[in-house]
Design a binder for this molecule. Structure first.
Ligand SMILES: [Cu+2]
Length: 416
């Protein structure tokens, strides 16, 4: 009996100790819950802070770069269809921008409002017809609008010359032929028609492969830059000799692939002369900065501004050098320029007429040294070695070698 009482007392002691432990444990659990709750709140607040600063950053960067972006400030489109292209970009940006802001605000706001808290239980909503209709119908309407509007603008921008229009009177046709790495340009000359070409005739003397039996070729000329009269429709025939290139005139919103074996085209009408466009850059601080940031006395970016043709298809290691100047001039200036141009056939094939103006050296001749990277490197290496013998500093040597080998290719002239 005595032993039984002692055992009961021991057991009672054990039970009391265990109850105490359970109490301790539950208290510590409650503390963890509190810690969890405060962490949830902090995360939600940090999330809200991130959302606000991110959206402010988006708006601020847009405002900061506005005048440097195509379509805004001074860089409004300089062609008829370009204005429509800019409009559809803006409409698309407003619609997607609204969605972007609303969804991001909702995302972070919900993460804040419905963070884990004691006594709050998530609602279970398996299905809601009304909500589903709303989020199906609204995006469908927005997408349908964007697609239909986009198709209309596409058809307008991509339209070819109507059949009844006359070359020379209603429009000018020119050809741009891309090759690694440069553009060959061809104008139709006095007959307003580009002559026939055949790819097997392409050579360094005949960059377009013109068929000399075709009299239409006899007055075609090949200038080194694009010169066009303002407010006149231009059809650019776009071809490629080797790989994919892309005929890109950013200021006119003209962009079209140059595909080997398949001529493409783009029709556009410039609406501003180079001078008028430059005038429009006045007063924009971005454009009053010096062209050369290291030389404050150099011309401003506005003064040095020129429209340009670039290649917008990564076409190889000399892709960067596929640049040509584009000049938009008045009709009188254009006619005067035409008279300075000489037929390529007369100047280079029959030799009847001495070449008056800057018919470019065939691009073939220029990049001889840059044909492939290995060759370019070999030439530079040789020059470096040569100069090292003269005990020049390494920087001087490399600079000079690069100047001699690479730079001449950039403007398409023959290296000295
Ligand atoms: Cu290219």
């Amino acid at each position: 009996m005595g032993a039984l009482i002692i055992l009961s007392l021991i057991l009672l002691g054990v039970v009391l100790v265990q109850i105490g432990k359970v109490n301790e444990l539950s208290a510590s659990i409650r503390g963890e819950e509190e810690a969890q709750e405060s962490a949830n709140r902090n995360h939600a607040i940090i999330g809200m802070g991130f959302m606000i600063s991110f959206l402010v950053f988006v708006i601020a960067s847009f405002i900061y770069y506005k005048d440097s972006m195509l379509g805004y400030g001074p860089l409004e489109a300089a062609s008829i269809h370009g204005v429509e292209v800019d409009n559809i970009f803006n409409v698309t940006m407003v619609i997607t921008g609204i969605v972007f802001f609303l969804t991001h605000i909702a995302l972070f706001w919900y993460a804040y409002k419905y963070r884990g808290r004691a006594g709050h239980k998530a609602k279970f909503i398996p299905h809601d017809n009304r909500l589903e209709i709303i989020w199906m119908v609204i995006p469908s309407i927005a997408m349908a609008f964007l697609v239909i509007y986009g198709l209309a603008v596409w058809n307008m921008a991509m339209a070819d010359i109507p059949e009844n229009e006359v070359a020379g009177k209603d429009f000018i046709e020119i050809e741009a032929n891309g090759q690694q790495f440069g553009w060959n340009l061809r104008y139709p000359g006095a007959d307003n028609h580009l002559g026939a070409t055949y790819y097997k005739l392409i050579s360094s003397d005949n960059p377009f492969g013109q068929v000399w039996d075709d009299p239409k070729n006899h007055d075609d000329f090949q200038p080194s830059e694009i010169v066009l009269p303002v407010n006149k429709k231009v059809r650019v025939r776009i071809t490629s000799r080797d790989v994919l290139h892309n005929f890109y005139l950013p200021h006119f919103r003209v962009k079209m692939d140059a595909v080997p074996g398949m001529p493409t085209y783009f029709v556009f009408t410039p609406t501003k002369t180079t001078e008028e466009f430059k005038e429009g850059l006045k007063g924009y601080p971005e454009w009053e900065k010096p062209t050369d940031p290291t030389d404050p006395s150099s011309n401003s970016r506005r003064e040095d501004f020129n429209f340009e043709l670039a290649c917008a298809e990564l076409c190889g290691n000399g892709h960067f050098s596929m640049k040509k100047l584009v000049k938009i001039v008045t009709e009188e200036e254009y006619q005067a320029w035409l008279t300075t141009q000489t037929s390529y056939y007369a100047a280079n094939i029959t030799g009847e007429v001495p070449e008056k103006v800057d018919t470019p050296a065939p691009v073939d001749a220029a990049p001889e040294v840059i044909k492939d990277e290995a060759e370019e490197t070999t030439v530079i290496d040789a020059k470096v070695e040569e100069a090292v013998d003269d005990k020049k500093t390494v920087e001087e040597v490399i600079e000079k070698a690069v100047e001699e080998v690479v730079e001449p290719v950039e403007d398409g002239t023959t290296p000295k």
